[in-house]
Design a protein around this ligand. Sequence first.
Ligand code: C2E
Ligand code: MG
Ligand code: MG
Ligand code: MG
Length: 284
Amino acid sequence: QVKQSGRNSFAAFTQELADKKLKHIALEQDLHRAFEKEELSLYYQPQVDLLTGKVVGVEALLRWAHPEKGMIPPSQFVPIAEDTGLIVPLGEWVLNKACREIQTLRKQHKEDYTVAVNVSPRQFDDPNFIRATDLAMRRCGLPPNRLELEITEGLLVNESESVCSKLSVLNRMGVALALDDFGTGYSSLSYVAKYPVSVIKIDRAFMSLDRKENAAIVGAITAIADGLGLEVLAEGVETSEQQRFIAQRGCRLVQGFYYAKPVPFSSLPRVIEKINGSLSSAAV
Ligand code: C2E
Ligand code: MG
Ligand code: MG
Ligand code: MG
């Protein structure tokens, strides 16, 4: 009896794995095609300074408009692109596109917006990464200190020699580094002090107000960042209560659905204008 059900669940398990693998392969082939067919695009989500109520930058977020499946979120295809190595040319495309589009907007608005770009460890490890980054900025004239590369703690945890030297080259170039999803990984503050990071992005997991400990965690992260002279940005702010919660704990920069969802480049001017017009005094 026991053995029987054991075998059945094992069969079900292997079947599930096989299905998953097949889906993965199909999506992988699709992704190569999508990349060539320009089904991929960048959405942008504003980042707001609560002290002024103004938009100070945007984060570029990949989107895949699949002809049959509709919008596929990056959580479903970025890991595949990482496995196959496609993330290297794809990431380069993202860098070029994000720098170019935001430089266009900076000129149009005469505003000093920053653009934040997510970088995968695999992409960062590529020997051509620094040159590709430099080229992306040069091609459109984006000042290096207006590009912010978002990395995660996973990249820093091995304390690899080459990661370390690349980070300092980027730092000398003037490119800013942000630590994404902070608090969800190793969260070792020694990394923050050791590497030339300029922004800590507190993960949106800490925005749930029904968890008492989040107040202490957000407060502690902000206090340490302050002491180290770093900026803190809260991700995933969805309500005015959450805005008040993080503002009270000294966090000045925010990003979240409360201000705007990620939007296509063409909608960005309207969205920025709306935020700038509505928040300026309410925020503080
Ligand atoms: P991330 O870098 O932490 O980006 C923030 C994610 O949170 C985005 O999801 C964004 O849409 C979502 N978000 C923003 N505000 C809110 C909010 O108030 N509530 C909720 N529930 N969610 C919010 P998205 O666009 O699905 O991206 C997911 C992840 O995919 C990103 O997390 C990033 O790790 C990765 N990703 C996106 N674009 C790229 C890319 O160009 N390259 C690489 N390597 N990874 C990317
Ligand atoms: Mg990010
Ligand atoms: Mg992330
Ligand atoms: Mg994040």
